[in-house]
Design a protein around this ligand. Structure first.
Ligand code: 5GP
Ligand code: MN
Length: 349
């Protein structure tokens, strides 16, 4: 049986950089999502199974809804909770593997430390415009569903992998399936022939997809659905087919909001025929966190890059609007900012 439909020139290079005593640390982006956590924990588990010292380091905590991915099989340290453990782990790291982000600026408060590390650095990512100069080896592929899928094909090429992938550990398979599922919104977006091939191989290996889906989608708190209702009721439809929903701190308090609970809200307004782009704002420290989704023909990436200090993929991007840019931190000023930015964006294209 053919192992893989991709073989990356750099795959051999990666595995040659990992010796028996290499201390490997896998890192991902701020506010980690299913793909960030799935891809890093999967790679770390695979390294542990093959008797390597591997751990995952993330800038922020794993949201409760994704905590099932932290199986305890390998260490998962978060900088917001355990600064000294993260700092000592990074200090003794021989190889840094950065996953699901394209530049160190996406690593939040870890950015300075990671940039300053002198050990070899590998990037494994699927976002546009990777910062190639900051890494020794770059595996970047944008026409793929997720970093978890990319990791699947890399591991399928790992030394010692059996032709039928029968020795890919079960935990690795589940984490990769979960990461791909969340990034494609359960096979709704960014799905390629290779994505179905990956899913097919994982099912053949006996992965419990129903169990994975149930842990991702059927374990929310009631409050999340009540909040979703309030967001959809308050949704504004702006000119040019732009839908906008805003989650401010008062509403967060009302629903005792937990990190990660607004995941997926931004996709919903695209169900409206006339909506071309959906924007979701969530209050953060001194800025609004922005999520942008668009239908084919409209670039969420360009809009996020031009107006929201961010970027991402063509149809799914994100960024920030600092309260000072919008005038102040009120919902009204944020809405005016979005209306002006999107009016300019759609008038230009
Ligand atoms: P989400 O809306 O789910 O937070 O993010 C959607 C996509 O945009 C993700 O692929 C994410 O990596 C990217 N993204 C989110 N926030 C930012 C940001 O602040 N800067 C950049 N460059 N990309 C972002
Ligand atoms: Mn991703």
């Amino acid at each position: 049986m053919e192992n893989t439909i991709f073989s990356f020139r750099q795959t051999g290079q990666i595995f040659r950089m990992i010796n028996d005593d290499t201390v490997v640390t896998l890192v991902s982006h701020t506010h980690p999502d299913g793909d960030a956590i799935g891809s890093t924990t999967a790679f770390a588990q695979w390294l542990s199974y093959t008797c390597h010292d591997a751990a995952v380091v993330l800038p922020d905590a794993v949201p409760q809804s994704l905590s099932f991915l932290d199986t305890g099989f390998t260490d998962l340290l978060t900088y917001d909770r355990d600064r000294s453990a993260v700092e000592s782990r990074l200090a003794r790291t021989d190889l840094l593997i950065c996953m699901d982000f394209n530049a160190f600026s996406r690593a939040g408060d870890l950015c300075g430390i990671l940039c300053g590390m002198t050990c070899p650095k590998i990037l494994i990512d699927h976002h546009l415009n990777p910062d190639r100069d900051s890494f020794d080896v770059v595996i970047s592929k944008t026409d793929i569903s997720s970093t978890s899928e990319l990791t699947f094909w890399i591991l399928a090429n790992a030394p010692g992998m059996l032709p039928d992938l029968g020795n890919m550990p079960h935990g690795v398979c589940e984490a990769l399936l979960a990461g791909m599922t969340t990034d494609t919104n359960n096979f709704a977006n960014s799905v390629y022939p290779s994505t179905f091939a990956m899913a097919s191989k994982l099912l053949a290996l006996g992965v419990d997809r129903d169990g994975v889906l149930s842990r991702i989608y059927n374990m929310y708190r009631e409050n999340r659905l009540r909040l979703m209702g309030e967001m959809l009721t308050g949704m504004k439809i702006l000119p040019h087919g732009v839908a906008c929903m805003i989650l401010d701190t008062d509403t967060m308090e009302k629903y005792d909001f937990r990190d990660g609970e607004s995941e997926g809200f931004v996709n919903m307004p695209l169900a409206i025929a006339d909506v071309r782009m959906s924007i979701f704002l969530k209050a953060d420290r001194d800025y609004w966190r922005v999520s942008v989704r668009s239908k084919a023909g409209t670039s969420a990436n360009l809009c996020a890059k031009t107006y929201f200090n961010g970027g991402g993929h063509e149809q799914a991007a994100g960024g920030k609007i600092f309260y000072s840019e919008a005038g102040d931190g009120t919902v009204q000023s944020a809405l005016r900012f979005i209306e002006k930015a999107t009016d300019e964006f759609f008038s230009r294209i």
